[in-house]
Design a protein around this ligand. Structure first.
Ligand code: SF4
Length: 123
């Protein structure tokens, strides 16, 4: 075996060890886990920002309207002008905000100017 061949084999051996060493395996695993968490976080964020649509099953059942001024008063006698999601006790967004969470629509956001039959004045 020549000195050049010996050096080449040592170099390949070193490269192989780098690729399969436990430290690199752990690092690769952590990188993959971190990447997976970021991807899940993005999906969760996208779901959290999805707005409730007036035609969603739950929305229809609760008489939800994205625009409270479009509530049919003949079908929703509890509704009174000036009632909005962002003044409801169940609204999870900041006071006066354009949208926010609501426990009745767990994975979506309701419009701050929306309304549903479960509206209760924020105390
Ligand atoms: S419960 Fe309140 S915040 Fe939730 S949709 Fe109905 S009015 Fe809006």
């Amino acid at each position: 075996m020549t000195a050049g061949m010996f050096r080449r084999i040592r170099m390949e051996d070193t490269m192989t060890r780098k690729i399969v060493s436990p430290e690199n395996t752990r690092r690769l695993f952590l990188q993959q886990v971190a990447g997976g968490c970021l991807a899940l976080g993005s999906v969760a964020q996208a779901q959290a920002q999805t707005m409730v649509d007036d035609t969603d099953v739950q929305a229809t059942a609760l008489g939800y309207k994205t625009d409270a001024s479009k509530v049919d008063k003949s079908k929703q006698p509890k509704y009174a002008a000036g009632q909005f999601c962002n003044s409801c006790t169940l609204y999870q967004g900041a006071v006066g905000s354009a949208s926010g969470g609501c426990p009745l629509f767990a994975s979506k956001q309701v419009a701050g100017k929306g309304w549903c039959s479960a509206w209760t004045k924020k105390g």
